[in-house]
Unconditional design. Structure first.
Length: 456
């Protein structure tokens, strides 16, 4: 077994079952149009990269199996819940129905129960790095923290650009389980929940401090998913520029050169890294970030030290050298809508609100018309950051100049004492769907609303 394979293995049931254990890299896109997967969620002891942890896993793996699909594919997931509590599945970022047995976060899969999820990826779906995770209100943060999350990749324009598709690819699913020194999960107290739980152990696709290999003068494509319930990642690689090519909802119009990338919970980015330095090792860092404080308790969530979460290691030389194209795709900016809404975020004791109310699945909070275009403002008068997420339809953020930034997002960071506007159109699907803070403890404590999209 070559060392590269060992490095690429995520946590799984036993070392010997490596073949099914979250292998990443340049695995081919499945050619079939129909994909049927059997996924069981359960809690078990997992081993890998020197760790032994009791986590909750999809198909015995943390992170869960990578699902790779193409527009037009039909996906069926035979899901079984062997967790101690109720759960369900949400397909974060996918533009598919939020009703029936598709991306319906209001469904319950009780302990011991099963459900067949089934949907088509629309033929015009954007490519990108999406993900799946539990979404049962009241249990989401804990289940995610204990390991339940997996990447869902949809093939798209970037995979047709030879300068990008020709590079090796690494998937970095960032998780931070909360475990004791034996590797068993610990339940966190109410203040930690209000703050948004963060674990001390950072897993990068199931590995602690993994070595990510890059060829000298070659390119590496990183697909990064913040699958932690509350932790923000401010990522940097020593002495390397991050060439961002995609955000949550797929390709950016042009390559963005970044020194660092901030990912709040639920956000994704795809970046290219060039092996342009002396062939040694460089740290992959998570820089300090202060996401504010609870007004009534006053404890700060500031992290004041940089954490090394992996190493970029030079290994071999690229056979050929190339530059990235400057333009990647076209993203039409959304026009200024007539309909505007404002949502005010709020905080109380063990209670997080939107417009003063906590979530109730039986209550409709916002009603819109299918195919209509709206501008939503999230106003955050609290002392803490709240990354806001909308299901089913991606949005464009409105910049300081009042124009829409041409990039598709589904999570937007609304910093403490600030407001952010987004534009979105409710395309294709009617029915109830959700919007919420992606600090999942806040979502569990009420910071979520039900959006009803009415057919025209
Ligand atoms: Cu990633 Cu409603 O969530
Ligand atoms: Cu989502
Ligand atoms: Cu929040």
């Amino acid at each position: 077994m070559n060392p590269r394979t060992v490095n690429r293995r995520s946590l799984c049931r036993t070392i010997l079952s490596g073949a099914i254990c979250g292998m990443v890299g340049r695995s081919a896109w499945a050619e079939q149009e129909e994909q049927t997967l059997d996924v069981t969620a359960g809690s078990e002891w997992l081993t890998g990269s020197g760790l032994r942890l009791y986590l909750s896993a999809y198909a015995g793996q943390v992170p869960g199996p990578v699902i790779r699909a193409k527009p037009g594919d039909h996906i069926k997931i035979n899901f079984t819940n062997l967790l101690p509590n109720v759960t369900n599945l949400h397909f974060h970022g996918l533009h598919i129905p939020s009703t029936g047995n598709a991306d319906n976060s209001l469904l319950d899969v009780p302990r011991g129960g099963s459900l067949a999820y089934e949907f088509d990826i629309p033929k015009n779906h954007r490519g990108g790095t999406f993900w799946y995770h539990p979404h049962r209100h009241g249990y989401t943060a804990r289940q995610l923290s204990q390991g339940l999350a997996g990447a869902f990749l949809v093939r798209g324009v970037l995979d047709e650009i030879p300068e990008i598709a020709g590079a090796p690819e690494e998937l970095l699913v960032l998780q931070d389980p909360i475990v004791n020194s034996q590797g068993a999960p610990i339940e966190v107290g109410l203040v930690d929940q209000m703050q948004g739980r963060e674990g001390d152990l950072i897993l990068v696709s199931g590995r602690q401090n993994p070595v990510i290999r890059i060829q000298r003068n070659g390119w590496l494509r990183l697909r990064i998913v913040n699958a932690s319930p509350s932790r923000f990642y401010r990522l940097q690689i020593d002495e390397h520029i991050l060439y961002q090519i995609a955000s949550d909802g797929g390709a950016l119009p042009a390559v963005q050169e970044m020194d660092e990338i901030l990912l709040s919970p639920g956000e994704r980015a795809e970046v290219m890294v060039r092996g342009s330095r002396e062939p040694t090792e460089f740290r992959i860092l998570n820089l300090p970030y202060d996401r504010g404080r609870l007004s009534m308790i006053g404890t700060s969530s500031a992290r004041s030290v940089s954490e090394t979460i992996g190493l970029l290691k030079y290994d071999g030389n690229a056979e050929s050298e190339w530059d990235l194209p400057q333009t990647l795709t076209t993203v039409e900016p959304l026009a200024e809508p007539v309909i505007r809404r404002r949502f005010e975020l709020g905080e109380g004791f063990a209670r997080f609100t939107i417009d003063g109310r906590t979530f109730d699945s039986r209550r409709s909070d916002t009603t819109v018309g299918m195919n209509s275009l709206e501008e939503w403002e999230f106003y955050n008068p609290t002392g803490m950051d709240h990354p806001m997420h909308i299901h089913t339809n991606a949005f464009q953020v409105v910049g300081a100049d009042g124009l829409s930034i041409p990039a598709w997002k589904d999570v937007v960071l609304v910093k403490a004492l600030s407001c952010v506007r987004v534009r979105l159109r409710f395309d294709d699907y009617a029915g109830p769907t959700l919007y919420h803070c992606h600090i999942l403890d806040h979502e569990d404590m009420g910071m979520m609303g039900r959006l009803d999209i009415l057919p025209k």
